[in-house]
Design a binder for this molecule. Structure first.
Ligand code: HEC
Length: 208
Protein backbone atom coordinates (compact mmCIF):
# COMPACT_ATOMS: atom_id res chain seq x y z
CA UNK A 1 0.00 0.00 0.00
CA UNK A 2 1.34 3.42 -0.90
CA UNK A 3 2.19 6.05 1.67
CA UNK A 4 -0.67 8.13 0.31
CA UNK A 5 -3.32 5.52 1.16
CA UNK A 6 -1.78 4.89 4.55
CA UNK A 7 -2.09 8.62 5.20
CA UNK A 8 -5.77 8.66 4.15
CA UNK A 9 -6.47 5.66 6.35
CA UNK A 10 -4.77 7.24 9.35
CA UNK A 11 -6.76 10.48 8.85
CA UNK A 12 -10.04 8.56 8.66
CA UNK A 13 -9.18 6.59 11.81
CA UNK A 14 -8.32 9.87 13.57
CA UNK A 15 -11.65 11.43 12.56
CA UNK A 16 -13.61 8.38 13.72
CA UNK A 17 -11.81 8.33 17.06
CA UNK A 18 -12.40 12.07 17.57
CA UNK A 19 -16.11 11.60 16.71
CA UNK A 20 -16.48 8.68 19.11
CA UNK A 21 -14.70 10.63 21.86
CA UNK A 22 -17.03 13.64 21.33
CA UNK A 23 -20.04 11.32 21.75
CA UNK A 24 -18.56 9.61 24.81
CA UNK A 25 -17.63 12.78 26.73
CA UNK A 26 -21.11 14.25 26.09
CA UNK A 27 -19.85 16.81 23.62
CA UNK A 28 -22.78 16.48 21.19
CA UNK A 29 -25.33 19.20 21.92
CA UNK A 30 -28.77 17.53 21.83
CA UNK A 31 -30.71 20.61 23.06
CA UNK A 32 -33.71 21.54 20.90
CA UNK A 33 -32.85 25.22 21.32
CA UNK A 34 -29.37 24.80 19.84
CA UNK A 35 -29.71 24.58 16.02
CA UNK A 36 -27.70 22.05 13.99
CA UNK A 37 -24.65 23.17 12.06
CA UNK A 38 -25.98 24.24 8.61
CA UNK A 39 -24.16 21.32 6.99
CA UNK A 40 -25.71 18.77 9.41
CA UNK A 41 -29.12 20.36 8.83
CA UNK A 42 -28.74 20.19 5.10
CA UNK A 43 -27.69 16.49 5.18
CA UNK A 44 -30.63 15.58 7.44
CA UNK A 45 -33.06 17.60 5.33
CA UNK A 46 -31.90 15.98 2.10
CA UNK A 47 -32.08 12.52 3.71
CA UNK A 48 -35.66 13.25 4.84
CA UNK A 49 -36.82 14.52 1.47
CA UNK A 50 -35.20 11.71 -0.52
CA UNK A 51 -36.45 8.99 1.85
CA UNK A 52 -40.03 10.28 1.88
CA UNK A 53 -40.21 10.68 -1.85
CA UNK A 54 -38.84 7.15 -2.37
CA UNK A 55 -41.14 5.56 0.24
CA UNK A 56 -44.23 7.36 -1.05
CA UNK A 57 -43.63 6.71 -4.74
CA UNK A 58 -45.64 3.47 -4.72
CA UNK A 59 -48.64 4.94 -2.88
CA UNK A 60 -51.62 5.94 -5.02
CA UNK A 61 -53.96 8.60 -3.61
CA UNK A 62 -57.70 7.80 -3.72
CA UNK A 63 -59.65 9.68 -6.37
CA UNK A 64 -62.10 11.32 -3.95
CA UNK A 65 -59.80 13.59 -1.94
CA UNK A 66 -62.07 16.53 -2.74
CA UNK A 67 -65.08 14.81 -1.13
CA UNK A 68 -66.42 17.26 1.52
CA UNK A 69 -67.11 14.32 3.87
CA UNK A 70 -63.39 13.60 3.96
CA UNK A 71 -62.63 17.26 4.68
CA UNK A 72 -65.30 17.30 7.40
CA UNK A 73 -63.96 14.21 9.19
CA UNK A 74 -60.37 15.35 8.72
CA UNK A 75 -61.15 18.73 10.32
CA UNK A 76 -62.24 17.14 13.61
CA UNK A 77 -59.13 15.01 13.89
CA UNK A 78 -56.85 17.86 12.79
CA UNK A 79 -58.27 20.19 15.45
CA UNK A 80 -57.81 17.52 18.12
CA UNK A 81 -54.39 16.17 17.19
CA UNK A 82 -52.46 18.38 14.79
CA UNK A 83 -53.35 22.08 15.09
CA UNK A 84 -51.33 22.57 18.27
CA UNK A 85 -48.14 21.88 16.31
CA UNK A 86 -49.14 22.72 12.71
CA UNK A 87 -51.38 25.77 13.41
CA UNK A 88 -54.83 26.59 12.07
CA UNK A 89 -56.34 29.52 10.11
CA UNK A 90 -55.98 32.73 12.09
CA UNK A 91 -53.38 31.33 14.50
CA UNK A 92 -49.75 32.27 13.89
CA UNK A 93 -47.88 30.50 16.66
CA UNK A 94 -48.36 28.01 19.50
CA UNK A 95 -46.45 27.40 22.67
CA UNK A 96 -45.22 23.94 21.68
CA UNK A 97 -44.37 24.97 18.12
CA UNK A 98 -42.09 27.77 19.39
CA UNK A 99 -39.90 25.20 21.12
CA UNK A 100 -39.83 22.29 18.69
CA UNK A 101 -36.80 21.63 16.49
CA UNK A 102 -37.26 21.11 13.62
CA UNK A 103 -40.17 23.56 13.66
CA UNK A 104 -43.41 21.84 12.52
CA UNK A 105 -44.38 23.29 9.13
CA UNK A 106 -47.35 25.67 9.15
CA UNK A 107 -49.91 23.49 7.34
CA UNK A 108 -52.57 26.19 7.43
CA UNK A 109 -50.64 28.51 5.06
CA UNK A 110 -49.15 28.21 1.60
CA UNK A 111 -45.35 27.96 1.66
CA UNK A 112 -43.78 31.40 1.45
CA UNK A 113 -40.35 30.88 -0.03
CA UNK A 114 -37.55 30.42 2.45
CA UNK A 115 -39.71 30.94 5.52
CA UNK A 116 -41.36 27.54 5.34
CA UNK A 117 -39.78 25.42 2.62
CA UNK A 118 -41.48 22.17 1.72
CA UNK A 119 -44.73 22.96 3.50
CA UNK A 120 -46.65 21.67 0.54
CA UNK A 121 -45.51 18.15 -0.47
CA UNK A 122 -47.54 15.80 -2.66
CA UNK A 123 -50.63 14.05 -1.25
CA UNK A 124 -49.00 10.61 -1.16
CA UNK A 125 -45.94 12.03 0.64
CA UNK A 126 -48.15 13.64 3.24
CA UNK A 127 -49.98 10.35 3.67
CA UNK A 128 -46.70 8.52 4.27
CA UNK A 129 -45.45 11.09 6.81
CA UNK A 130 -48.71 11.07 8.77
CA UNK A 131 -48.81 7.27 8.83
CA UNK A 132 -45.13 6.62 9.64
CA UNK A 133 -43.93 9.84 11.32
CA UNK A 134 -40.38 11.24 11.20
CA UNK A 135 -37.72 10.09 13.65
CA UNK A 136 -36.46 12.46 16.35
CA UNK A 137 -38.64 15.34 15.20
CA UNK A 138 -41.86 15.32 17.24
CA UNK A 139 -43.88 14.07 14.24
CA UNK A 140 -45.56 10.86 15.41
CA UNK A 141 -46.37 7.73 13.39
CA UNK A 142 -50.13 8.17 13.65
CA UNK A 143 -50.69 4.78 12.03
CA UNK A 144 -49.44 3.30 15.33
CA UNK A 145 -52.09 5.12 17.33
CA UNK A 146 -55.09 3.47 15.71
CA UNK A 147 -55.62 5.65 12.64
CA UNK A 148 -56.71 3.70 9.58
CA UNK A 149 -55.51 4.58 6.09
CA UNK A 150 -58.98 6.09 5.50
CA UNK A 151 -58.59 8.40 8.53
CA UNK A 152 -55.20 9.51 7.22
CA UNK A 153 -56.52 10.23 3.71
CA UNK A 154 -59.25 12.34 5.37
CA UNK A 155 -56.47 14.43 6.94
CA UNK A 156 -54.68 14.70 3.59
CA UNK A 157 -57.97 15.86 2.03
CA UNK A 158 -58.25 18.57 4.68
CA UNK A 159 -54.64 19.72 4.20
CA UNK A 160 -55.31 20.36 0.49
CA UNK A 161 -57.91 23.03 1.31
CA UNK A 162 -56.88 24.21 4.79
CA UNK A 163 -54.64 27.09 3.61
CA UNK A 164 -57.58 28.57 1.67
CA UNK A 165 -59.87 28.65 4.73
CA UNK A 166 -60.44 31.63 7.00
CA UNK A 167 -60.84 31.10 10.75
CA UNK A 168 -64.67 31.12 10.52
CA UNK A 169 -64.84 28.54 7.74
CA UNK A 170 -62.36 26.29 9.55
CA UNK A 171 -64.35 26.53 12.79
CA UNK A 172 -67.48 25.58 10.81
CA UNK A 173 -65.85 22.41 9.44
CA UNK A 174 -64.60 21.44 12.90
CA UNK A 175 -68.04 22.02 14.38
CA UNK A 176 -69.67 19.90 11.67
CA UNK A 177 -67.09 17.11 12.15
CA UNK A 178 -67.33 14.08 14.39
CA UNK A 179 -64.62 15.58 16.63
CA UNK A 180 -61.70 13.36 17.49
CA UNK A 181 -63.20 10.45 15.62
CA UNK A 182 -60.66 7.90 14.44
CA UNK A 183 -60.42 4.43 15.99
CA UNK A 184 -57.84 3.02 18.39
CA UNK A 185 -57.01 5.20 21.40
CA UNK A 186 -59.40 7.92 20.22
CA UNK A 187 -62.46 5.82 21.01
CA UNK A 188 -61.99 6.29 24.74
CA UNK A 189 -61.02 9.95 24.45
CA UNK A 190 -63.68 12.56 23.81
CA UNK A 191 -61.44 15.58 24.15
CA UNK A 192 -61.58 16.50 20.46
CA UNK A 193 -62.09 20.21 19.88
CA UNK A 194 -65.58 19.79 18.47
CA UNK A 195 -66.81 17.25 20.99
CA UNK A 196 -65.16 18.68 24.08
CA UNK A 197 -67.14 19.98 27.02
CA UNK A 198 -66.32 21.07 30.55
CA UNK A 199 -66.12 18.81 33.60
CA UNK A 200 -65.38 19.85 37.15
CA UNK A 201 -61.73 19.29 38.13
CA UNK A 202 -61.08 15.74 39.34
CA UNK A 203 -63.85 14.09 37.27
CA UNK A 204 -62.79 10.44 36.76
CA UNK A 205 -62.41 9.08 33.20
CA UNK A 206 -65.80 8.27 31.70
CA UNK A 207 -67.48 7.63 28.35
CA UNK A 208 -69.67 10.66 27.52
C1 HEC B 1 -45.79 17.43 18.56
C2 HEC B 1 -45.91 18.17 17.34
C3 HEC B 1 -46.60 17.56 16.16
C4 HEC B 1 -47.89 17.06 16.10
C5 HEC B 1 -48.91 16.96 17.23
C6 HEC B 1 -48.10 16.70 14.73
N1 HEC B 1 -46.99 16.94 13.98
FE1 HEC B 1 -46.80 16.75 11.97
N2 HEC B 1 -44.85 17.31 12.06
C7 HEC B 1 -44.22 17.74 13.20
C8 HEC B 1 -42.85 18.10 12.86
C9 HEC B 1 -41.78 18.61 13.85
C10 HEC B 1 -42.70 17.90 11.49
C11 HEC B 1 -41.45 18.14 10.65
C12 HEC B 1 -40.51 16.97 10.77
C13 HEC B 1 -39.25 17.13 9.94
O1 HEC B 1 -39.24 17.90 8.99
O2 HEC B 1 -38.28 16.42 10.22
C14 HEC B 1 -43.99 17.40 11.01
C15 HEC B 1 -44.25 17.09 9.69
C16 HEC B 1 -45.51 16.83 9.20
C17 HEC B 1 -45.85 16.70 7.80
C18 HEC B 1 -44.87 16.87 6.63
C19 HEC B 1 -45.02 18.27 6.14
C20 HEC B 1 -43.94 18.72 5.22
O3 HEC B 1 -44.06 19.86 4.74
O4 HEC B 1 -42.99 17.99 4.95
C21 HEC B 1 -47.19 16.46 7.72
C22 HEC B 1 -48.02 16.28 6.45
C23 HEC B 1 -47.69 16.42 9.07
N3 HEC B 1 -46.65 16.64 9.94
C24 HEC B 1 -49.01 16.20 9.39
C25 HEC B 1 -49.48 16.07 10.70
C26 HEC B 1 -50.84 15.69 11.03
C27 HEC B 1 -51.95 15.44 10.03
C28 HEC B 1 -50.91 15.65 12.40
C29 HEC B 1 -52.08 15.25 13.26
C30 HEC B 1 -52.60 13.93 13.06
C31 HEC B 1 -49.60 16.04 12.92
N4 HEC B 1 -48.75 16.26 11.85
C32 HEC B 1 -49.28 16.17 14.26
C33 HEC B 1 -44.75 17.84 14.47
C34 HEC B 1 -46.04 17.46 14.82
Amino acid sequence: MSRFFLGVLATLCGLLTTGAAMVWVGGVDVAADAPHHPLTYSVLDTARQRAISRAASGIAAPGDLDDPQRVRRGAGNYAAMCAECHLQPGVEQSEIRSGLYPVPPDLASRPDGEADPGANPADNERFWVIKHGIKASGMAAWGQGGMTDGDIWDLVALLRVLPDMGPGEYAGWVKASDGHSHGGGAAADHHGAAASHEHPPGTPPHKD
